[in-house]
Design a protein around this ligand. Sequence first.
Ligand SMILES: Cc1cc2nc3c(=O)[nH]c(=O)nc-3n(C[C@H](O)[C@H](O)[C@H](O)COP(=O)(O)OP(=O)(O)OC[C@H]3O[C@@H](n4cnc5c(N)ncnc54)[C@H](O)[C@@H]3O)c2cc1C
Ligand code: FES
Length: 312
Amino acid sequence: MEIFLLGTPAFDVQKVDDVYTTFCSDFTVRSKYVIVATHYPFINFPGFYFTKMYQSSSYLIAIDPKKTLFNGMYISAAEPSFSFRTANYQGKKLLLIGGGEHKTGEPPSYQYTYGALEDVAKKYYPDCDILFRWDTRDCISLDKIPYVGHYSSLMPHVFVGTGFKKWGMTLSNVAANIVVDEILQKENRFAYLFNPSRLSAFKNKDEFKNILVQSANSLVFDKFRPAQMSFDEIANNSGSIIEINNQKVGIYKDPNGKIFAVKPICTHLGCQLSWNDVDKTWDCPCHGSRFDFSGKNLYDPAIKDLEIYDLD
Ligand SMILES: Cc1cc2nc3c(=O)[nH]c(=O)nc-3n(C[C@H](O)[C@H](O)[C@H](O)COP(=O)(O)OP(=O)(O)OC[C@H]3O[C@@H](n4cnc5c(N)ncnc54)[C@H](O)[C@@H]3O)c2cc1C
Ligand code: FES
């Protein structure tokens, strides 16, 4: 039995001597079966998940409401929607408020994200303390139904579970059952609904078109569009893409004016990144990879850090 080490990204799976070999940074793992449960699948070809899935970001705050809390989980019906649930923390019951959803890579504003959550918190719990803030992201398939089952007909014995659309705690159980049944060659009456190769997902023409248009813009057209800002216009604790010697450079100036310069091109498949001024990250509009202001890779499907420029 192989033991996986935490914090060791896998970057490729190939057949070597007729056995699947998963390549990680420091070692390889050989196995008869491979299950790719890495949030966004990291094998681009075959599978082509980048043509049929995008990521959505949302924001959370944890508050001490200074009041007795209700039990349960709630989602508001109105738009924009907010979710509410409790969490125990150091003997206290905190309230988690979620919302501010937007497609990853679309530059968000503070008021639409944390600002909106803080407004809701103060509206219902005026005396609350806001203790924590964070963001999360989710994979969304074209037809909003997860992709679970064979990764691709070209990779027998490789399985995937992804596209949980914010419901991964629940749907990962469905995925586990389907994959186990596939491996044991048992019939599973729900498997066809989640089949990753289903063509029916492409019937959602609007979502498919969105992915194509976004990819064309970020891969090609945005790269020819002039930068919107000059170096001097970038305020401290903010960032933007500028041009230096006809080359696009991603600049972030920290609160003290220290400069971080990166090549603003995603290391996944080469789309142009956009600056996220709320989280101080470089985000990819194509499939949702994210990098911190210094270029370090934070979230998949990209695995590598951004190229760094030395401006001296
Ligand atoms: C506050 C909050 C509340 C939620 N509430 C609910 C709820 O009530 N019900 C519900 O159903 N869902 C809920 N969700 C959503 C749910 O948590 C997610 O949908 C789920 O965690 C997604 O599971 P995943 O396995 O696809 O990805 P992840 O949980 O992100 O797991 C992927 C793992 O793969 C690893 N990985 C990534 N790339 C690689 C690589 N290249 N090599 C090796 N390892 C890699 C990552 O480090 C990570 O450990 C909630 C989420 C949040 C943030
Ligand atoms: S995430 Fe795919 S190109 Fe950036």
